[in-house]
Unconditional design. Structure first.
Length: 265
């Protein structure tokens, strides 16, 4: 049974980590809507020169694992992923974050109106001159009574890619997804509409975590007015079929980020 007060005084747990990184939980104040989903975040602090990974790490790396199974009165905890950056590590291309990052959370109480005791066990990796595993534990009672973390949470929530259809988006859109190449060397090609000269990144994920697709590379496409990307259809799990597979594509340009699903027919 949850015995914590309906409003918690602290809006952040203590940091848990070492000289390279640390993790904590932060919380947002209660919504006025009865039974509303609660908001919070996992914050990872990184030492200068260190990075951590996105949900799909790219050519190398380990995705973070966030376990909330020890929480009280939490029916469901959804982790949202802010737009990442491409990372260069030796000869590999990885995906992640080079600055402190907050992963927004949406927490559905099992018994609305009663407090939630959120318990996090985090396993992640950080990279500087070498890559090392990291862990962290944190506990926070939601909702909280103060709003000191609200601005940071809102900034991170704004960085979560917007889910749109192919061809949709304001200032950034994935306009076409296709296949080319012989059966022995198939590629996916993607056109992205964004301001010419802008720095655009594209990331590709398969239907499940067993797919390990390469990080797409931008290739010249003179005269099209579009950013053109291509990647080989490599890294499929044994027995997987390209036909009919649905890929998740994330495009990032400045402060805009979108996510689309594209079926390979």
């Amino acid at each position: 049974m949850v015995t914590a007060p309906a409003w918690a005084d602290e809006d952040a747990s203590p940091w848990d980590g070492n000289a390279h990184s640390a993790v904590r939980l932060i919380g947002a104040s209660r919504s006025e809507a009865a039974g509303a989903t609660l908001r919070g975040g996992i914050e990872i602090k990184l030492a200068p020169g260190w990075s951590t990974y996105w949900r799909y790490p790219g050519d190398a790396g380990v995705p973070p694992r966030f376990d909330f199974s020890g929480s009280q009165n939490a029916a469901d905890v959804t982790v949202l992923w802010p737009a990442p950056k491409g990372l260069s590590e030796a000869e590999s291309r990885s995906i992640g974050y080079v600055d402190d990052v907050i992963f927004p959370l949406r927490i559905a109480p099992r018994e609305p109106g009663k407090p939630v005791v959120l318990v996090l066990n985090a396993d992640y990796a950080v990279c500087g001159q070498l890559c090392i595993p990291a862990t962290g534990k944190a506990t926070l009672t939601l909702p909280v009574s103060t709003r000191t973390q609200e601005a940071a949470l809102l900034r991170s929530e704004a960085r979560v890619p917007k889910r749109v259809a192919i061809g949709r988006g304001e200032g950034l859109a994935i306009t076409a997804v296709g296949r080319r190449g012989a059966s022995g060397h198939p590629q996916v090609v993607v056109d992205v509409a964004a301001p010419l000269g802008a720095n655009v990144a594209l990331f590709a994920e398969g239907p499940n975590p067993e797919w390990a697709l390469p990080v797409p590379r931008e290739v010249p496409n003179p005269g099209s007015g579009l950013h053109h990307f291509a990647f080989d259809l490599e890294g499929l799990p044994p027995g997987a079929s390209i036909e009919g597979a649905t890929l998740k594509l994330t495009a990032v340009c400045g402060d805009k980020a979108i996510e689309v699903e594209a079926r390979l027919d």
